[in-house]
Design a binder for this molecule. Structure first.
Ligand code: 4AD
Length: 466
């Protein structure tokens, strides 16, 4: 009998068995009129299929049919698994399939805008080709994104979005185990939630409205509504003007908000346990995915400590100062100084993952709680991977008077957020939370150089399709 088998499950233990597999024709290599090789790909796995015209199963006509197929056509192959005498180069599976029957389920057009084998090459392959004089095609970022459905078929891309799914899964699983409730807040809201002008404005049945910059105000209102611990996974919209390697106009926000009993470090503790658990899980359970990414984009595994390092902002700028970089003490870190501090922290503490606490008031959003001992600072933090920000979080102001005062001081018209401020008039517990950018976590965990690689259909200031 024949059995449907996944390409990734083909191994030596199946030798001699007849299997039925479906995949895309990644490569078609005619050898002679009587022989051809097909490389069949399914998700992250590839296998070599061998057609040999013999009197019994395969006719020369069938070999001709196979070699005339267009790349990326979807094929069903029935054949017998065999173990070749020499290791097979260029496929993930170390067995071959001796083809008995071949069906083309759906043809791809002959001239594809991207060749998957070209799109899957690593820098090391290009370097090697340069030495041997071999001409290899480089596929640029825009060509990839313009033809994303083809680009997504590379093993590295297949792996990236599986990792992304696991990050989201661990986020939810961990928080559910700590009694958090998953919520959904509206993405159509009446005004800015983070302050600042970077919002997408729209007309809401005659009323001015915008796409939510974050679930910030609503997740806090859920706390006011009696939910002690909440999280949300949802789209976040930022009308970014700048075109950078780490900003998107739409990204996935992983948000948390929780009551705090004594100290905002309770929020940092959740960050610490959540991410240590996530990194452990990824390294242990996503080996195949990490290997696939490493083959195309080699990277050093993330260094993290069993208990996440916490530094204060003041300690951070002191470290930078000692290394020759002066930071305005009440100002913010720019991308470059964040990167440099990440490097200094790695040298000193042997970690790529740390929390920086107690930011100056002037650089945090209006809803951030000032420090009790010195209101020029705040009970807030950012979290960094490899010197780039993935999280910002804080304790929030839970008294309506101070909240209104801080909003005004930040130039926000209190009338536009009156329902939010009113929520704190009816008895609201001390609370805090944080927001994580999903695409950033995956990008930085895998040390990828561009956030567009970790967004399936990225939205940036220049891209609305596909
Ligand atoms: O730092 P942000 O703007 O903070 C907030 O939205 C707060 N409401 C969070 C909180 O609970 N206090 O955004 C949070 C995270 C950033 O650390 C970053 O990882 C990601 O969201 N992020 C972006 N990711 C992709 N593209 C962008 N334009 C991003 N802006 C922020």
């Amino acid at each position: 009998g024949r059995e449907w088998t996944e390409v990734g499950d083909l191994g030596a233990e199946k030798a001699g068995r007849t299997v039925l597999i479906r995949g895309a024709a990644q490569a078609i290599r005619p050898v002679s009129k009587k022989m051809a090789f097909l490389v069949l790909r399914q998700a992250m796995s590839t296998v070599q299929c061998v057609l040999v015209a013999d009197a019994r199963h395969v006719s020369p006509h069938m070999v001709k049919f196979a070699t005339a197929l267009s790349k990326e056509s979807i094929l069903d192959v029935e054949g017998v698994v065999s173990v070749p005498s020499q290791p097979i180069k260029g496929t993930t599976q170390q067995v071959e399939v001796q083809v008995r029957k071949l069906y083309c389920i759906n043809r791809a057009i002959p001239n594809l805008p991207i060749n998957i084998e070209d799109a899957a090459r690593s820098e090391a392959e290009f370097a090697k080709a340069e030495l041997t004089g071999e001409q290899l095609v480089r596929v640029g970022q825009d060509t990839r994104l313009n033809n994303r459905v083809l680009d997504l078929r590379t093993p590295a891309n297949q792996a990236i979005f599986r990792i992304q799914c696991q990050v989201e899964h661990i986020f939810k699983q961990f928080l559910l185990s700590k009694d958090f409730v998953g919520i959904h807040t509206p993405k159509l809201i009446s005004g800015s939630s983070e302050g600042g002008a970077a919002v997408f404005k729209l007309d809401y049945k005659g009323q001015p409205a915008c796409l939510a910059q974050s679930p910030q105000l609503c997740k806090q209102m859920a706390i006011c509504g009696g939910f002690g611990r909440v999280f949300e996974v949802g789209p976040v919209f930022r009308a970014e003007d700048s075109y950078t390697h780490r900003h998107l106009c739409e990204f996935v926000g992983l948000d948390v908000e929780m009551e705090i009993k004594e100290h905002y470090f309770e929020v940092c503790d959740i960050v610490d346990r959540l991410f240590v658990e996530m990194f452990d899980h990824l390294s242990k359970n996503c080996k195949r995915e990490l290997e696939a990414i490493n083959r195309q984009y080699p990277f050093e595994p993330l260094k993290y400590l069993p208990k996440t390092l916490r530094l204060t902002y003041e300690e951070g700028i002191q470290m930078l100062k000692e290394a020759g970089t002066e930071i305005e003490p009440m100002g913010d870190l720019n991308t470059e100084s964040e990167k440099k501090l990440g490097w200094l922290v790695r040298q000193k503490y042997d970690t790529d993952f740390y929390i920086l606490c107690r930011y100056p008031l002037a650089v945090r959003p209006f809803y951030t709680m000032p420090c009790y001992d010195d209101p020029a600072y705040t009970n807030s933090f950012d979290v960094f991977i490899r010197g780039e920000e993935i999280i910002s979080g804080a304790q929030r102001i839970h008294t309506p008077e101070l909240l209104a005062k801080r909003a005004e001081a930040c130039g926000i018209d209190v009338k536009t957020i009156s329902t939010y401020i009113d929520s704190f008039k009816y008895g609201a517990p001390p609370h805090g939370g944080f927001g994580v950018g999903l695409e950033r976590v995956v990008m930085l965990f895998c040390a990828l150089n561009n956030i567009r690689k970790t967004s399936m259909f990225p939205r940036d200031p220049q891209r609305l399709v596909p």
